[in-house]
Design a binder for this molecule. Structure first.
Ligand code: ADP
Ligand code: MG
Length: 695
């Protein structure tokens, strides 16, 4: 284990390596560029590129790639080798500053949501120096942003960086008003906890639905599910331990701060949590983590399922986005204060966050909306589709006291004098954390828990940063109007907490009571992706993103189209896969079982055996098969009908209302058949086979 410090980040061209290998001038220039976000000059780029190449070649790399995050959900790379032919027939290993700064992948094969039709087709990638280059599989990977030549973002990193800038500017502006003259930058930090399933390769390969869709499209409940909770935090099986060990080591080499690994609630389900870091790097690292999980699982004859709901009736997988704000002086702005001024600062940021979540419930819902996550949200395992904030009793009391200033003396609380205002002293919350809340305060950070396991964390953090930046802008505008003293701040706190108290909910988010209560409070309940997405292009949301310079109107429309299209495509592929399996596999199973029953019944009759239960069973299976065939027909007609629809939204709605519900109906019948047909006729792995496949 003493190897770990040497192992850690050994494949990363990080600050320490740069300091070591760059001439002092170039190193300093690069630091400045990273801190201020200014573009790289050609001479610095050349020096950095050369040092990077030498370092990478020493580590055995032969190729380089611009590594980027197009709007497909996975990362993209196009490898070029370092070789440069020489006149004498030999080669040099070469890598120029130009190649470091800019790449030109063929943009036409990535989704652009119509941006390509109206703008220059070509796109380029540009190095994001705030995220370090690294070596993966003998290739030097350079984290880059991906844009169209006309400037539109074609990826997830560009708007994430923009949102971080927006938040930085707004937070520093508020800190100045609160008397902080020292802080130069505020960054957001994220620690994403990642859930996943591991199953044996053999069961995966026998199920076309897992291969094409990442989830099972049918399958009857296993006799033993997660009722006993005996898997959660239970001892980890040796094969899984070996997988986790290798995963940790590979992640550490890439500088990913993988910290804890444990079993989750469902059989076959596990979780990895990293130590938090700057949002932009956390997003890169989470993409790498998901990629390595899949790759390393394969080496162990396992398959890693990152789908949000691989198995119906069993807990799905989510991703908890732990999010906070940190100053360049290393202070966490969401740490409740020990001194009156820090206490006040904390409450101001808290007020901004509450306002942001309350006013932008739609955007927070949209940024986690995918076909896969629709199976989870509201399914009594994940938060509901309704946004609310958990603060815990301690903090809820503080808010209460600020809202009803009269209640001060009734409470056995300590108070802090802040000039004219009196503030309750905030104790660290010791109550049980509410596991059902979609947005929970957990002592010094917020945990946004609605994310599905497969989603890139960029989208949710773009929204979080933008809405909080906009609320902080409003804080600044209010406080800039008059003298910014404790009285003015106290008034703002009282007004905002009063106005947004409805978003605070400390109870059980899984209960039906809450659904009704939330409706009374006027909170949104956007149950599905197709209900949520149209909110994205509302004028007030376009205005918000434009005001914060995160998305232009064109970019929003293009992303909206891509999200709708992805939704429809997902259901389309699932529907085709289900039909394919029914025709190729399930039909064969039902037919051979029916034949066996018929043969046996006939034979018994010929022998005058009086008891022939086979005929009753045959009747049952035959009736179900008939129903299955007519449901299959209905599904296939519904898939065809989607072609008639013109708009992307109409198509997505039709996929949800017609195609998806026909899939559900067909599944119901198939699952019923599965419970009737013996294993020797039912060739496909069952839920029990899959969930308990790793021994
Ligand atoms: P648990 O929720 O299991 O008690 P922790 O509170 O230690 O665990 O952290 C859960 C996740 O939150 C980890 O990924 C951790 O790195 C992350 N985290 C902790 N502090 C912060 C912070 N200030 N900003 C962002 N993420 C954080
Ligand atoms: Mg958590």
């Amino acid at each position: 284990m003493s190897r770990i410090p040497e192992l850690f980040a050994s494949m990363v061209f990080n600050d320490a390596v740069m300091r070591d290998r760059l001439p002092r001038e170039a190193y300093r220039a690069l630091r400045q560029i990273i801190a201020d976000g200014t573009p790289l000059t050609p001479d610095v780029a050349n020096v950095v590129a050369n040092a990077m190449k030498d370092w990478a070649v020493e580590k055995g790399a032969t190729h380089f790639t611009h590594w980027f995050q197009p709007m497909t959900g996975v990362t993209a790379e196009k490898h070029d080798s370092f070789i440069l032919p020489q006149p004498d027939g030999r080669i040099l290993m070469d890598f120029s500053g130009k190649e470091l700064i800019r790449g030109e992948p063929d943009a036409s094969s990535f989704p652009s949501g119509g941006l390509r039709a109206t703008f220059e087709a070509r796109g380029y990638t540009a190095w994001d120096p705030s995220s370090y280059a690294f070596i993966k599989d003998g290739t030097l990977c350079i984290p880059t942003a991906f844009c169209a030549y006309s400037g539109q973002a074609l990826d997830k990193k560009t708007p994430l960086l923009r949102s971080m800038q927006a938040l930085d500017a707004a937070a520093v502006r508020v800190l100045r008003l609160l008397g902080d003259a020292a802080t130069r930058h505020v960054t957001t930090t994220v620690g994403p906890e990642q859930e996943y399933f591991l199953i044996d390769k053999s069961v995966y390969e026998a199920r076309a639905d897992l291969q094409y869709c990442g989830r099972t499209l049918f399958g009857a409940r296993p006799p033993k599910g997660q009722e006993l909770d005996d898997h959660y935090f239970g001892s980890i099986k040796p094969r899984v331990t070996a997988f986790m060990k290798e995963l940790d080591e590979e992640l550490w080499k890439l500088g990913v701060l993988a910290k804890t690994e444990h079993n989750e609630v469902a059989p076959g389900q596990h979780e990895l949590a990293p130590i938090f870091t700057t949002t932009n790097i956390a997003a890169d690292h989470n993409q790498l983590t998901m990629e390595l999980m899949k790759r390393i699982a394969a080496k162990h004859d396992l398959v890693c399922l990152l789908h949000e709901k691989p198995f119906a009736g069993v807990n799905g997988s989510g991703k908890h986005n732990n999010w906070s704000l940190s100053t360049d002086g290393g202070e966490n702005l969401l740490e409740p204060g020990k001194t009156p001024s820090h206490n006040l600062r904390f409450l101001v940021f808290l007020a901004a966050i509450l306002k942001a979540v309350d006013e932008h419930q739609d955007l927070l819902r949209i940024c986690v909306a995918t076909a896969g996550n629709d199976h989870r949200l509201g399914a009594n395992e994940a938060p509901p589709a309704i946004l609310s904030v958990f603060l815990g009793d301690e903090l809820a009391d503080v808010l209460d006291a600020i809202v009803n200033q009269t209640a001060y003396s009734d409470r056995k609380k300590e108070w802090m004098e802040v000039g004219a205002a009196v503030l309750p002293k905030i104790k660290k919350d010791t109550t049980d954390r509410n596991r059902t809340s979609p947005f929970a305060f957990t002592g010094n950070k917020f945990e946004f828990r609605m994310l599905g396991s497969a989603v890139s964390i960029s989208g949710p953090n773009i929204v979080l940063n933008t809405i909080v930046a906009d609320a902080l802008r409003e804080v600044a505008e209010v406080l800039e109007k008059g003298p910014c003293d404790e009285e003015a701040i106290g008034r703002l706190l009282k007004d905002w907490f009063t106005a947004h108290l409805r978003i605070v909910f400390n109870g059980n988010n899984y209960s039906q009571d809450w659904v009704e209560e939330a409706e009374r409070r006027g909170l949104l309940n956007l149950k599905t992706t197709v209900e949520a997405l149209p909110y994205f292009v509302r004028p007030e949301n376009i205005a918000l993103f434009e005001r914060q310079s995160v998305f232009s109107e064109t970019e929003i429309h293009s992303r909206y189209e891509i999200l709708l299209e992805n939704y429809s495509k997902t259901i389309h592929i699932e529907a085709l896969t289900l039909a394919y399996i029914v025709k190729r596999e399930i039909m064969a199973s039902t037919l051979s079982y029916q034949k066996a029953l018929a043969d046996l019944a006939t034979a018994k009759m010929a022998l005058s055996v009086r008891s022939i239960p086979e005929t009753g069973l045959l009747d049952k299976v035959a009736a179900l098969s008939e129903r299955m065939l007519s449901q299959l027909d209905a599904l296939e007609n519904s898939i065809l009908a989607t072609r008639q629809l013109e708009s992307e939204l109409d198509r997505a709605c039709f996929y949800r209302e017609s195609v998806f519900s026909k899939m559900q109906a067909l599944r119901g019948t198939v699952d019923e058949l599965e419970t009737l047909i013996p294993g020797c006729y039912w060739k496909l792995p069952t839920y029990a086979d899959m969930l308990y496949s790793v021994r």
